[in-house]
Design a binder for this molecule. Structure first.
Ligand code: TXA
Ligand code: MG
Length: 324
């Protein structure tokens, strides 16, 4: 993706002045602010209408910057860093005392990731400081995977934005937490939010089974992924039971069908995530399709779950949350 250097310079100027900038990443678009400017960080929460108890992910471009963000890095985290950074993996590590409690929501930990998108990396390099960046959508809504989607979210309040094309993954980063008790005793790493790096990939690097947090709560979650309803379209979304193709279910008028790969002969308004049955392609299309379906004002969206492996686990997690 070619980007005029004047756009990057303008973005840096705005960030230095404490303004927000929309930044493309390989997962979804982010809403970025200087981590050392509390006024700027507050603007993120206001624009997104995000509750202050929901902490932010800090993005940076150089591994050396990590030492100013976290206190310690467990050896298993180091292995994941080596395998997946830059890339769609967020680590929850003990926060450095200099980090603003606005970013961590007063938790003793901080979420960090090195994104893998040329525009994000150039912006981070030119700006110098790390950037806090949640997904560039209003709280509880679907993450944006194109600049057009970000504009739909913010309308007249749209901040300055860098174009980065359609996001390569289309689903958020995977969040891995390294628990520690009060005495500093380390527990087993666990996945707080499934994402673009699969559970299987992480287990292979760590050479152990890894637990996925499935607990959902209504408020004060350890990860947003834990909020019971999230990533939601405005239209009601209902999950189809696995046997739905073999039963005659009376569907109401003006229903849409969000299907994984196989069309059917007995319904109208079918939207197929990947005709060739590719999980990465389905993942990349998921949020864009949900937005498109919302615009078409169907009465109900019936969604079919993907095969429950690799990226299919993340797709299904998001569909279940959208259906809650
Ligand atoms: O792919 C992504 O991760 C995108 C792009 C822009 O990087 N970002 C993203 O940010 O999805 P956001 O804010 O929408 O979701 C990140 C979640 C937060 O909702 C938060 O609950 C969780 O990460 N998180 C942040 N800090 C945490 C912490 N210290 N402990 C547990 N969870 C944390
Ligand atoms: Mg988000």
């Amino acid at each position: 993706m070619r980007l005029a250097s004047t756009s990057l310079q303008k973005a840096v100027r705005l960030l230095k002045r404490g303004e927000l900038v929309v930044m493309p990443t390989e997962t979804v678009y982010g809403l970025a602010a200087d981590i050392f400017n509390s006024q700027a960080i507050k603007k993120i929460f206001i624009l997104k209408k995000r509750p202050l108890y929901d902490p932010l992910i800090v993005h940076f471009h150089d591994r050396a910057q990590l030492n100013s963000l976290v206190k310690t890095i467990p050896s298993s985290a180091k292995r994941l860093i080596k395998a997946f950074w830059p890339g769609p993996l967020t680590l929850i590590l003990p926060a450095h005392p200099n980090i603003s409690p606005l970013i961590t929501a007063n938790l003793p930990t901080i979420a960090v990731r090195m994104p893998n998108h040329p525009v994000a990396l150039k912006l981070l390099k030119l700006f110098g400081n790390p950037l806090a960046a949640p997904s560039a959508n209003r709280f509880g809504r679907i993450s944006p995977t194109s600049l057009k989607a970000v504009k739909q979210e913010f309308g007249k309040k749209m901040p300055y934005a860098l174009e980065g094309g359609n996001c390569q993954w289309g689903l958020e980063s995977t969040i891995v937490h390294f628990p520690e008790d009060k005495k500093g005793k380390k527990g087993k790493p666990e996945i707080l939010r499934t994402g673009s790096i699969t559970v299987e990939q992480i287990e292979k690097v760590l050479r152990q089974k890894i637990k996925i947090q499935t607990k959902t709560v209504l408020k004060h979650p350890k990860a947003p992924g834990q909020l019971a309803r999230h990533y939601a379209p405005r239209t009601r979304l209902i999950l189809l039971p696995s046997h739905w193709r073999h039963q005659s279910i009376p569907f109401p008028k003006n229903s849409a069908f969000l299907l994984f790969s196989q069309p059917t002969s007995f319904t109208k308004n079918q939207f197929i995530l990947s005709k060739k049955g590719s999980l990465p392609e389905a993942a990349k299309n998921l949020y864009a399709f949900l937005r498109k379906l919302d615009e078409k004002k169907f009465n109900v969206i019936y969604a079919e779950l993907a095969p429950n492996k690799a990226l299919g686990k993340t797709i299904n997690d998001r569909l279940k949350k959208a259906a809650h």
